[in-house]
Design a protein around this ligand. Structure first.
Ligand SMILES: Nc1ncnc2c1ncn2[C@@H]1O[C@H](COP(=O)(O)OP(=O)(O)OP(=O)(O)O)[C@@H](O)[C@H]1O
Length: 483
């Protein structure tokens, strides 16, 4: 009853805001959802960073005024990003649409992409960023991530075999199956591979794929809207539950509690659970011990970085699948350059072939060397830290690091911030949440968004590509100087 009253008060306040809003504000609020009113803070969720920026910069005053009038006391608006509110997970590409009034980069049009480590660059769009489709069971699987497209080598043979075993007899072989390993080594690919396989060969089974971030958002929304029964049905009436990046459950106490019960329900009913993580359960220190121990009940398997032969084989497969023309010696050259992340490996191949095609040149060794000349050789320790990236980016845009981490959302600051976040992800091992914390305590979804946005803009706009390249060069120079 009390919850109903709270929810009614929240809705009534929101309706009063919408009623008073002018047309542009109403458009900005189209997919917004009020989450909670806590004392003098009104919490609103919007689907993406663009919407948040627009509301913060253009509509905050009017909304706060109306909320304060409605409640008869000063109300502060807090806007969070919840990507699940997005009808289609693609972002609004207009966030940085107007060209920025910035000084021109000193070196334009360098063939080397911005990111020195082979960056996910524009290329990544065809990999992890590829669209997810809704399957018959409501699961969302990337059509490219199948077992057929997965190259097996000594580094991933065991994980692949375990994934196939689980896909063939869900709930019977290993439960849960937990695959862990560093970023970009194929964990998500295997998870989707299981999903595809089950859908193809046992279509009556219900498969659900979610990232831990979506799971957490779903749970928060369910609580705030009194829909926990529905949430439980959605996660418990499932035959194969595939959860990506479970490390993001760390420190989320309430979601952990809920997931604990979901896990038990599924496990008791012999339903299959598959998890991926960047670390083994033991290293997930901010996870409840009872969950950690459950993750160890079934089979734990890691994925290691691939050896040279596997890397070449992955590139060959990718080149064939994407109709990219590259000779064996070029593939070997690229595979020799990037050893630790398959996403970067694919990114480098796509960058080389894209550059050749843009400039009507053949993909030969000389061109590949030129395009990838800024890559940091495998195994070389760099002194690139998030702090260095932040200070170099701030100085490039003539802003301070405090401003970069602060709340202001002018176009220049938004671009600078997103590029700095992108480079932190590309050039350092920092996790998304760690980067978010460095940038004034922002959420990891904000960092994820920035990453995706800059990758997309680098592919679409030469200005951004050049700016990222120039800032990267400066960072490298500074890091070399410090060595
Ligand atoms: N063995 C493989 N064969 C073919 N492609 C692979 C293989 N391993 C990884 N890839 C490709 O590398 C890219 C990155 O893989 P994926 O997204 O699965 O990594 P991940 O381990 O889940 O990384 P993260 O932890 O950052 O999410 C994907 O495009 C994937 O298809």
């Amino acid at each position: 009853m009390a919850a109903d009253a709270t929810s009614n008060a929240l809705t009534a306040a929101w309706e009063s805001v919408l009623a008073q809003a002018d047309t542009p504000t109403r458009a900005r609020l189209a997919n917004a959802r009020p989450l909670a009113l806590h004392e003098s803070s009104y919490l609103l969720a919007v689907p993406n960073e663009t919407a948040r920026e627009r509301i913060e910069t253009r509509s905050r005053g009017a909304i706060e005024q109306q909320l304060s009038a409605h409640h008869g006391r000063p109300i502060h608006l807090a806007v969070s990003v919840d990507p699940s509110l997005e009808p289609n997970l693609e972002d609004d590409p207009t966030v940085l649409a107007p060209e920025l009034p910035l000084r021109e980069p000193t070196s334009g049009g360098s063939p080397s992409a911005g990111a020195v480590n082979g960056g996910r660059g524009p290329a990544a769009a065809s990999g992890a960023g590829a669209p997810l489709v809704n399957g018959a069971n409501g699961d969302r699987l990337n059509p490219k991530y199948t077992f057929d497209n997965f190259v097996i080598g000594s580094s991933n043979r065991f994980a692949h075999a375990a994934a196939v075993a689980v896909a063939e007899t869900p709930g019977k072989s290993y439960n849960p199956l937990m695959i862990y390993g560093e970023s970009g080594l194929g964990k998500t690919h295997l998870l989707h591979g299981i999903g595809h396989y089950v859908r193809q060969y046992t279509p009556h089974l219900r498969v659900k794929y979610v990232s831990t971030e979506e799971l957490t958002n779903d749970f928060i929304n369910a609580i705030s809207e009194n829909r926990t029964a529905e949430f439980r049905r959605n996660y418990r009436e499932i035959d194969v539950l595939l959860i990506d990046d479970i490390q993001f459950l760390e420190s989320k106490i309430q979601t952990q509690e809920e997931f604990f019960h979901t896990f038990n329900t599924l496990h008791n009913a012999q339903k299959q659970i598959v998890l991926t993580s960047d670390r083994p359960p033991k290293a997930l220190e901010a996870l409840e011990p009872r969950l950690r121990s459950r993750f160890e009940w079934g089979l734990l398997t890691d994925i290691q970085p691939p050896d040279l032969e596997t890397r070449i084989a992955i590139l060959r497969k990718k080149a064939i699948a994407e109709h990219l023309m590259a000779s064996p010696e070029v593939l070997e050259f690229i595979a020799g350059k990037i050893a630790t992340n398959i996403r970067e490996l694919e990114g480098a191949l796509i960058r080389v072939t894209a550059f050749a095609s843009l400039n009507h040149q053949a993909v030969d060794l000389h061109l590949a060397e030129e395009v990838l000349k800024d890559l940091i050789p495998a195994g070389v320790e760099t002194q690139i830290t998030p702090q260095l990236i932040m200070s170099e980016t701030a100085s490039y845009y003539n802003v301070t690091v405090e401003e970069l981490c602060g709340p202001a959302r002018t176009h220049v600051l938004v671009t600078a911030r997103q590029i700095a976040m992108y480079l932190c992800r590309e050039l350092t091992d920092s996790s998304l949440p760690a980067i978010g914390r460095l940038f004034g305590g922002r959420d990891h979804t904000t960092v994820m968004h920035a990453n995706k946005k800059i990758r997309q803009l680098m592919a679409e706009r030469r200005t951004i590509y050049n700016q990222v390249t120039e800032i990267t060069n400066r960072i490298k120079q500074a890091a070399t100087y410090r060595r």
